[in-house]
Write a protein that binds this ligand. Structure first.
Ligand code: BTN
Length: 249
């Protein structure tokens, strides 16, 4: 772990995000990683489950930045870039590792990592704590996921231990968070855009209440995905998922 960063390891727990939140509520100051060999109730974005067999990486960083909730726009993209850095440092070919909005990481066009960020605000708007939960498919991947999945081993043949992956991830994320300037979203957005999947192209967008196709244009200053609909109007998405266009339509 980088200097000053703590870590707890569970062979198995319900969810490293849930454990990290419990530590925060019990007064743990962080920054601290909670790492598990397996999870019995792994949580994905938008209420989904995250299948968590032994062999993949399940880790959550809890820390207490002195910022307001509205200053968090860059964080999902900073985390995605750190996960991308990690896969590349572990040997994945640089040109195959891409970022998919909001913070998935793809290898060879298939999802190899997901990120779930949760936070709690204090009275007055400052954040109490932030939890960055990261799942990296080192070995296993679901074969029935809505967006095609893969693992580092399946995509590249590389066999990497959880321990090695965690130490690279902790270092990469530490550097990225250390370099984070809350009022300079553009630098992060530009770098994320360089590695992004689907920008400038037509994609299917799914939110909690609609599915539509649109051309992805880029990120707004507050982290939304800007998309141009088929009627020429622009829409900003703050939550949702991006898929290839279903060619059977
Ligand atoms: C997604 O839906 O893509 C996000 C998945 C995030 C999974 C990770 S695994 C470690 C941490 N603990 C959880 O329960 N979820 C996150």
């Amino acid at each position: 772990m980088p200097n000053g960063v703590g870590a707890f390891f569970f062979e198995e727990c319900d969810s490293t995000n849930a454990r990290a939140a419990a530590f925060a509520k019990a007064g743990e100051q962080g920054p601290v990683w909670v790492i598990a060999g397996a999870q019995s109730a792994g949580r994905g974005r938008r209420g989904r489950a995250w299948t968590s067999e032994t062999g993949n990486l399940y880790a959550s960083l809890m820390f207490r930045p002195s910022i307001r909730a509205q200053d968090m726009a860059a964080l999902p993209f900073i985390v995605a870039l750190a996960v991308r850095d990690t896969f590349v440092a572990l040997g994945a070919p640089e040109d195959q590792v891409q970022c998919k909005w909001p913070n998935d990481i793809l290898i060879g066009g298939r999802k190899a990592s997901g990120v779930l960020i949760e936070s709690s605000a204090r009275h007055g708007g400052l954040l109490d704590y932030v939890i960055i939960g990261i799942g990296m498919n080192l070995v296993h991947f679901p074969d029935d996921a809505a967006f095609g999945a893969t693992s580092l081993r399946h995509a590249t043949g590389l066999a990497v231990s959880v321990k090695d992956a965690v130490s690279v991830l902790a270092e990469k994320l530490y550097r990225r968070i250390d370099a984070w300037k809350v009022d300079d979203f553009k630098a992060v957005a530009d770098e994320w855009t360089r590695y992004s999947w689907g920008l400038g192209q037509k994609r299917e967008l799914r939110t909690h209440d609609e599915t539509f196709t649109a051309t992805l244009l880029g990120l707004s200053d507050d982290g939304a995905l800007i998309a141009r609909l088929d009627d020429g109007s622009e829409k900003r998405l703050y939550a949702g998922d991006v898929f290839p266009v279903d060619r059977a339509d």
